[in-house]
Design a protein around this ligand. Structure first.
Ligand SMILES: [Zn+2]
Length: 438
């Protein structure tokens, strides 16, 4: 329970800082900070945007009394961490957010505002990164500033992290680098957008996601020989084999597994069944075009799995299904598909009765005067890496993933203010506070 007097004063100061909050979000949106490793982006051209955001935020942190540390784990990509030293005898708390954004995509689709405009209209701030996640980054800073302006100092340390590379899981350069550098706390709040389905929900779990590529070999021959390959009495595999035809067998196998997952894979934080999927994003064949029987096919998958399933278990299920379907075909039996596990973003799963969930729920209910809503994150975020480093981390932040990574991205101003209120009271509840003046 948060002292009503503390709540009243702190929330009033957050309200009074609304114009600052809005201005700072606009200013950060105006700094293009596209992740340089994003597919289709020229690394050298995009490099340095993340650092510019860190350079912009650094004096803001220093002005409110944080000791800052800016460093590059990867050249040209600076992380920023600010530490507000608590008065002692309180639990420490990290606010973690990323400074990189995804590319704006086709300019002509931005009908509401230019992607780097930070335009204010209809109670919203528009532009790439407004929602994912410069809004959250700034709201965390304003939350601490409001608490201090209100005359309260946190007992535990408050650590604000603005990291690079989240959008492409460059965790070694970003959040991973903060852990390596020794930044730890008793808990963390990742300020990624909470929606959907609700605004500012408390997210104690996320799926894991694999990037997997399966390669299926064929045997090239003149395309006019296709009847030999597919009609009874033809020469069959002695003449040629279409890798595309064979890839469809594997596609159907994994599609069937996806249907099974829809029935069998569940988690209490994902109340709608069927969130966990095997998504084929790219299917290729060729490489020589329509007049040559395709020699090699690849299917690239994003595999979203339940937080309770281990890395090994998911790999085993997928590999067994591919093998099972390969066994149904003489060519694939002789030429088994090659499976490459290129990337794994781990899930996280914090119990809802964990102390950090309870503290943030108390803060939410105090600030919003309604019950908090818990649910699983649709996507993945850096809370996974913080949890794996032993820091209990949950996600709660302004914005909605349905407008993130899309044209006409925006964040609601009222939601930014609410987020800052929830963060400020989370510090009160988790770190404890001490009156700093009369
Ligand atoms: Zn994000």
């Amino acid at each position: 329970m948060i002292d009503p007097k503390v709540k009243e004063v702190v929330l009033a100061v957050v309200d009074s800082l609304k114009d600052d909050l809005v201005q700072l979000v606009c200013d950060t949106v105006k700094i293009p900070s596209v992740n340089p490793t994003f597919p289709g982006v020229v690394y050298e051209e995009a490099l340095g945007g993340e650092t510019k955001v860190a350079e912009f935020l650094k004096p803001l942190l220093e002005d409110i009394g944080l000791k800052t540390d800016m460093w590059e784990k990867e050249k040209g990509r600076a992380n920023l961490v600010g530490v507000y030293k608590g008065t002692g005898d309180g639990k420490s708390l990290i606010f973690n957010g990323h400074t990189d954004v995804v590319p704006p995509g086709p300019e002509e689709e931005w009908t509401k505002a230019e992607p780097w405009s930070g335009k204010i209209a209809d109670g919203k701030i528009w532009g790439r990164g407004a929602c994912d996640m410069k809004g959250g980054d700034v709201a965390a800073i304003i939350a601490l500033k409001a608490l201090l302006n209100a005359g309260y100092k946190p007992k535990g340390d408050v650590i604000i992290e603005d990291v690079v590379g989240e959008e492409m899981m460059n965790t070694e350069a970003g959040t991973g680098a903060t852990i390596e550098r020794g930044y730890k706390a008793d808990a963390a709040i990742v300020v990624e957008p909470s929606g959907p389905p609700y605004r500012l929900g408390l997210i104690p779990a996320s799926p894991g996601v694999f990037y997997m590529v399966v390669t299926i070999k064929g045997k090239a021959v003149h395309a006019s020989m296709r009847d030999e390959l597919i009609r009874p009495g033809g020469g069959g595999a002695k003449i040629g084999v279409s890798s595309i035809d064979k890839a469809m067998i594997i596609y159907q196998g994994l599609r069937k597994l996806e249907e099974e997952w829809g029935q069998t894979k569940s988690h209490p934080m994902f109340t709608r069944p069927g969130h966990f999927t095997l998504h084929p994003g790219v299917i290729t064949g060729g490489p020589s075009g329509a007049f040559v029987i395709s020699n090699e096919s690849k299917i690239e998958y994003a595999i979203w799995h339940a937080p309770s399933d281990s890395e090994e278990q998911v790999k085993k299920e997928v590999e067994e299904q591919i093998s099972l379907f390969a066994q149904t075909d003489p060519w694939l039996r002789e030429h088994p598909p090659k499976i490459e596990w290129l990337l794994w973003w781990p899930p996280y799963d914090v119990p809802v009765d964990a102390p950090i969930c309870k503290a943030v729920a108390t803060a939410y209910e105090s600030a919003m005067e309604e019950p908090v809503k818990y649910y699983g994150f649709a996507a993945v975020d850096d809370a996974a890496f913080l949890n794996r480093a032993g820091i209990p981390a949950i996600t709660i932040g302004p914005g909605d993933l349905r407008v993130a990574h899309a044209a006409n991205e925006y964040v609601e101003i009222a939601e930014l203010v609410d987020a800052a209120k929830i963060y400020a009271l989370s510090i009160v509840e988790w770190c404890g506070v001490q009156r700093s003046r009369k």
